[in-house]
Design a protein around this ligand. Structure first.
Ligand SMILES: [Zn+2]
Length: 168
């Protein structure tokens, strides 16, 4: 059984709003994590697979080629910040706060800023990258459904950026 077949049994929270295909083309609350795919600011051929675990806020960030993110050393990198921002857009700050089991305490109302502040204050440890491959596989499958549902054409793995809609 392949990774994506196995991961298809994971319970996924349906998003409240349609996905936007831009800086963060894929985000999900699944498998006890906020996880997704974040495009590189500088290189359109490169994406990062990022995740934050519920409760512990253990995080990981690596490229789709499984190279570690240079920014995710001891604190959230820009990709994870972007992932949190997109999750709040799609699911709402309250839902992300609940799913990740963030105690906002004196950090204010649920928002991107308070979520980030509360999780950072909890001193999250960097995690392993074992989730990256299944997350990226689900992302590719998601795009395959999104873009190629009516056809039987094979999906070229590196052409996951939809043409013009990627520009927000
Ligand atoms: Zn990163």
């Amino acid at each position: 059984m392949s990774d994506w077949e196995r991961s298809s049994t994971v319970r996924v929270v349906p998003p409240a709003h349609p996905r936007r295909l831009a800086k963060v083309p894929f985000v999900e609350l699944a498998d006890g994590r906020l996880q997704g795919v974040v495009s590189s600011g500088s290189d359109i051929e490169r994406v990062y697979v990022s995740s934050v675990s519920a409760g512990s806020f253990t995080f990981a960030c690596s490229t789709n080629n499984n190279r570690p993110c240079g920014g995710a050393r001891g604190y959230f990198c820009n990709h994870i910040r972007a992932l949190i921002g997109e999750a709040v857009l799609q699911y709402g700050a309250e839902r992300v706060t609940r799913y990740l089991r963030v105690d906002l305490a004196d950090h204010g109302e649920p928002s991107v800023l308070s979520l980030h502040a509360a999780m950072s204050a909890a001193r999250p440890a960097q995690g392993d990258r074992s989730a990256a491959a299944p997350v990226f596989s689900r992302f590719l499958r998601h795009l395959a459904y999104l873009e190629l549902a009516p056809t039987t054409a094979p999906l070229p793995e590196m052409q996951w950026f939809p043409p013009t809609r990627a520009v927000a």
